[in-house]
Structure formats: structure tokens, C-alpha cells
Design a protein around this ligand. Structure first.
Ligand code: CFM
Length: 474
């Protein structure tokens, strides 16, 4: 059995099947951690809730929209500003966050009246914005406020506005992944097919499952446009509400993050017959193969090849410069979801670093299948890790850098191990040819920055760093 029991989790026997070490010759039949189950009480999981998955990951990147949370103010605050999904309309969706600010009295007497007044006030405060999303939270779900009915009333009174309602309270699934699912389905149920954007090309796609982190989606859309393809909508990075209502008109759904957005692609296939094509925008080889796949669907191979050649010639030398210096370094690849399998093999192949561990906070069994299959021998794979397990893994594996989010990243810094933010990115975007070089550069800077040698010093005993060198404490 390749299962790995952490010492810190010996008191929680159910954790035993959530971590594996890939042994020699091991395949998926003996080497998969359990995934996407309810968190085991007592493990202090680091997962997000379903509301966060719906609002913060998928809904809020839509750019021309007032995003309102119907609940206590903390829900909206905690899902604001930690992801850098920029937009080309001056980042309206990042600048503001809205909440009805439910209090105890609303829990007792209901908050529908207040919600209605809040919606009207929001539209009055931003008269140029005519679209709104409203997110249910645990508090408003538990008291049973009928958000959809309120939205309908407002739309009847204000014919120029359109409102989308997402019923994905925090408890609506084991993790943020439950919220991804709910908002995908809610969007196609309520909004797809209610608007017809202009079709300007013979080749029309929706680009799905990219949230434009520091400009990721813009890089990809540029490649598609250079091939002559119209990107009708982006789900949802830099996405426009009305374009996304027209998703049914595309000829092809090009899907990037299958973990968060495969649901809407599958529904578009069922309801409108639109095919789904999964691609990968990270890493030179996967990206080149992906552009070619999309091209083959439309017969645009020549156009794609020209982009691949031009971009590779421009960026490959820089990637190689970093790869030479990163060779043999060990990293932990600890994202939330699909980057586990998007990156596990290609970061090793193209940057020469060794992935000694992968984890996922909310990946499903299929994500672990892909992730573990792409890991090399000896890698430790963990499902829904907790902080103590992370600490133990870092002590055991001694990585040169941890690629993860802000919270576990702070923990790794305390262990004197540099970390790279692969959720909001350090100096992204990381997609595209240029982006992959940016990731290599950030990784190089993280590993080789002298600050980490300084951080290892105990200044109460040893030497004190100054701008003139080190002073020995007398
Ligand atoms: Fe998809 Fe994402 Fe991810 Fe995800 Fe996320 Fe994210 Fe992530 Mo943070 S949608 S699964 S819920 S690629 S927010 S943009 S970086 S954990 S690996």
C-alpha cells in the first residue's frame, strides 16, 4: 500500500487514505488518494466554502456587473481582492464589493425587503452599470429568503436592468468545488440563450474556465484572434455579462480549467450540441499542442503554426536560460485544484525542477488520476491537506520552493522555504509563452534571492545584517 500516514494525523485514522507516495512502478490502481469527500472533522481543512467557489472564483470576474452578496458583510469582504482577475473596463469588478449586511434582526424577521432596497440603491449609485449578480450565503439560505422572487420584482420595475441569482450557500458542497458546479448550472439555466451577441467570423468559440488572473485570458484570446477566431465570450475572466448570455451561439467551447467549468461545457453540449475541447495554456509544449487542436477543428493549422513558431523563437531562449539554473531544484506543487495536473509534468520537463509533492484542496478523483499519473516516482500526493501535514511534508521533503497560495505560503516562509503564489501569481500572467517564462523567472528569483539566507539567521545570537555587511553581535 502506498498510503502515507502523517505523524500529526495518526489520531485521525480517516486521514490515512488521503495521502500516497508514488512508489517504483506504481500505477493508478494502487496509488490514488481519496478526493472530494466531506472534510473529516478535526483536520482543520484549508478549503474554501461553496459560496466562495461560486462568487469569488467564477461569478465575480465578470466585469460589467454589480456583485452583491446577500448575507453578513464578512462573506463579501472575505471574497474580495485576494484574486487579481483584472479587466479592461478599469477593473470595476475589483474596485467594489457589495453586501446587504444582514444582522441578527434580519435572521429573525427576514431580509427580503432590505435586499430589494439594496438592489435599487446599487443601481442608483452606479447608473452606468445595468447588470447584477446576487449570491446567497449560509445566513440568507437558512432563513429561506427568496432572492429570485425579489430579483424578478426589481426587473419588472426596472426594465433596463438584468439580474442573475446564484443559490450556492457556503454549506452547498464539501468545498468551493460545490459552488463551481452550482453557478455553472445556474448560469446556463437562467441566462444562456437570452441574448444574441453579434457573430463576426466563420470561427466562433467560447473560451471557458479562465479567470484572467493578471491577464491570463487576454494572452490566450490574443492567440485565438490572431488565428482569425472570434472569441464570443470568456467564462468568466474579463467576461461581459451579455456576451455570456450568448454562449449558445459559439461553434466550439474551448475549456481551460476543467475542474471549475466543465459543467457548463457539458450542458452546452447536451442542450445546444456545441462540442467541448479541453486545452492547456501553460507550458510551451502543451500550449502549442492546444493551439493546434483548436486550429484543426476549424482548419486553421497554418495560422496556428505561424503563432507557435513566432512565439517559441521569441521566448524559448529565455525559458532555457532559467531552466539551466533551475535544474534539479525540488518544488512542492500545492495549488487548490487543476494546476496540480496542468503543471506536474510540464514544469519538470520544461524547467528541469523536480516535483516532490502535489496536493489539491478540492480536486475530485479524476484530478488526482491526472495529477498522480503525471508525477514522477517518489512524489507525495495529498488530498485536502491541513497545516500540520504541510509542515511535516516540508520537513520531510526539504523543497527549494513551495508553489501555493498566500496562507500556506506564509507557513512555508516561517520554515525558511520560499514560496510562489500560484493563485493570484507573483508577477504574472503565467499563461502563454511569455507567461511561462514569467513563472520560470519568479521561481528563479524566489529560490536564489539572498533574502532567504538572511531569513535563516537568528539575529538574537548570530550576526546582524546591515547595508554594510554583517555585524557580529558583541
Ligand atoms: Fe481552476 Fe482556477 Fe484552479 Fe479553481 Fe481556485 Fe484559482 Fe486554483 Mo486558486 S478555477 S481549479 S477554485 S485553475 S482560485 S483560477 S488558483 S485554487 S488551481
Amino acid at each position: 500500500m502506498p498510503y502515507h500516514t502523517f505523524e500529526c494525523s495518526e489520531c485521525i485514522p480517516e486521514r490515512a487514505m488521503h495521502a500516497v507516495i508514488k512508489g517504483p512502478g506504481e500505477d493508478l490502481t494502487s496509488c490514488l488518494p481519496l478526493g472530494y469527500l466531506n472534510t473529516i472533522p478535526g483536520t482543520i481543512s484549508e478549503r474554501g466554502c461553496a459560496y466562495c467557489g461560486a462568487k469569488h472564483v467564477i461569478g465575480a470576474p465578470m466585469k460589467d456587473v454589480i456583485h452583491v452578496s446577500h448575507g453578513p458583510v464578512g462573506c463579501t469582504y472575505d471574497t474580495w481582492h485576494t484574486k487579481r482577475y483584472i479587466s479592461d473596463n478599469d477593473n470595476f469588478q475589483l474596485k467594489y464589493t457589495f453586501a446587504t449586511d444582514m444582522k441578527e434582526k434580519h435572521v429573525v424577521f427576514g431580509a427580503e425587503k432590505m435586499l430589494k432596497q439594496n438592489i435599487i440603491d446599487c443601481f442608483k449609485a452606479f447608473p452606468h452599470i445595468k447588470r447584477m449578480t446576487i449570491y446567497q450565503t449560509c445566513a440568507s439560505a437558512l432563513i429561506g429568503d427568496d432572492i429570485a422572487a425579489v430579483a424578478k420584482k426589481v426587473m419588472a420595475e426596472m426594465p433596463d436592468v438584468d439580474i442573475f441569482v446564484c443559490n450556492a450557500p457556503g454549506f452547498g458542497g464539501p468545498s468551493q468545488s460545490g459552488g463551481h458546479h452550482k453557478i455553472n448550472i445556474a448560469w446556463i439555466d437562467q441566462k444562456v440563450g437570452t441574448y444574441e451577441p453579434e457573430i463576426k467570423s466563420k470561427y466562433v468559440i467560447n473560451y471557458v474556465g479562465d479567470y484572467n488572473i493578471q491577464g491570463d485570458a487576454e494572452i490566450m484570446v490574443d492567440y485565438f484572434q490572431r488565428m482569425g477566431i472570434q472569441v464570443l465570450s470568456t467564462f468568466t475572466g474579463n467576461g461581459s455579462y451579455d456576451d455570456l448570455r450568448g454562449m449558445h451561439l459559439a461553434h466550439l467551447n474551448v475549456l481551460e480549467c476543467a475542474r471549475s467549468a466543465e459543467y457548463i461545457c457539458n450542458e452546452l453540449r447536451k442542450r445546444y450540441g456545441t462540442p467541448r475541447l479541453d486545452i492547456d495554456g501553460y507550458g510551451f509544449e502543451p500550449l502549442s499542442a492546444s493551439l493546434m487542436k483548436v486550429a484543426m477543428f476549424f482548419g486553421l493549422e497554418k495560422e496556428a503554426q505561424a503563432i507557435i513558431d513566432e512565439e517559441t523563437a521569441r521566448w524559448r531562449p529565455e525559458l532555457n536560460w532559467y531552466a539551466k539554473r533551475l535544474k534539479g531544484k525540488k518544488i512542492c506543487l500545492w495549488p487548490g485544484g487543476s494546476k496540480l495536473w496542468h503543471w506536474a509534468h510540464v514544469i519538470e520537463e520544461e524547467m528541469g525542477v523536480k516535483v516532490v509533492s502535489v496536493y489539491s484542496k478540492f480536486g475530485h478523483q479524476g484530478d488526482f488520476e491526472k495529477g498522480v499519473a503525471r508525477c514522477s516516482e517518489g512524489a507525495l500526493a495529498i488530498d485536502d491537506p491541513n497545516e500540520l501535514e504541510g509542515l511535516e511534508a516540508m520537513e520531510m521533503l526539504q523543497p527549494d520552493c513551495v508553489l501555493t497560495g498566500v496562507r500556506p505560503g506564509e507557513v512555508s516562509k516561517k520554515m525558511r522555504i520560499p514560496y510562489l503564489n500560484i493563485h493570484g501569481y507573483h508577477n504574472g500572467p503565467y499563461k502563454g509563452y511569455e507567461g511561462w517564462v514569467r513563472l520560470a523567472r519568479d521561481l528563479y528569483n524566489a529560490i536564489y534571492s539572498p533574502i532567504h539566507q538572511l531569513s535563516g539567521m537568528d539575529i538574537s545570537k548570530d550576526e546582524i545584517p546591515t547595508d554594510k555587511g554583517f555585524l557580529t553581535r558583541q
